[in-house]
Design a protein around this ligand. Structure first.
Ligand code: HEC
Length: 133
């Protein structure tokens, strides 16, 4: 009995899907954009007041790792002693959606600002191709 309960709580990353990305994008605009900026460049409206400041997802390494499981852990526990608090109250599926969206922003490499309309089922959830170096 107990082992079954444990197995259920240790959920693996769900497969990435367009639906999950859309969900992650919307949640990001609600929960994260104020600090991290729409594109994850660390330039949200609240960022200037923070210490330390959020870094740029695309350019700066993630201290706590950038594997999906590691990002999930960061969202669940936060980054100690920083304004990056834990988001354990966000439902698990939505946290995975955020993980995928953060990785999407990281891989997009901060393209020129685009308008995000979080309301519509977006084709824009696939960011424009990143510039290859
Ligand atoms: C109150 C401002 C604030 C909010 C809201 C916020 N963050 Fe952060 N976040 C930060 C700061 C500041 C850092 C940098 C912490 C540090 O210096 O390690 C950070 C760091 C991170 C990192 C990098 C962690 C690492 O390993 O280096 C990730 C990923 C991240 N945030 C994701 C999110 C997501 C997803 C959300 C929304 C659910 C979110 N953050 C909401 C301020 C915020």
């Amino acid at each position: 009995m107990i082992s079954i309960a444990l197995a259920l709580t240790l959920t693996a990353a769900p497969p990435k899907s367009q639906a999950l990305l859309d969900k992650g994008k919307q949640s990001f605009m609600t929960n994260c954009m104020a600090c991290h900026g729409e594109k994850g460049a660390g330039d949200g409206p609240g960022a200037a007041a923070l210490n330390p400041k959020p870094r740029n997802y695309a350019k700066d390494p993630f201290k706590q790792g950038d594997k999906p499981e590691e990002l999930f852990n960061t969202l669940t526990k936060g980054v100690p002693n920083t304004p990056m608090v834990a988001f354990a109250h966000i439902p698990e599926e939505e946290r995975w959606a955020l993980v995928y969206w953060v990785l999407e922003l990281k891989n997009a490499g901060n393209p020129a600002p685009a308008t995000v309309d979080a309301g519509s089922p977006s084709k824009s959830a696939q960011p424009p191709p990143a510039k290859k170096k």
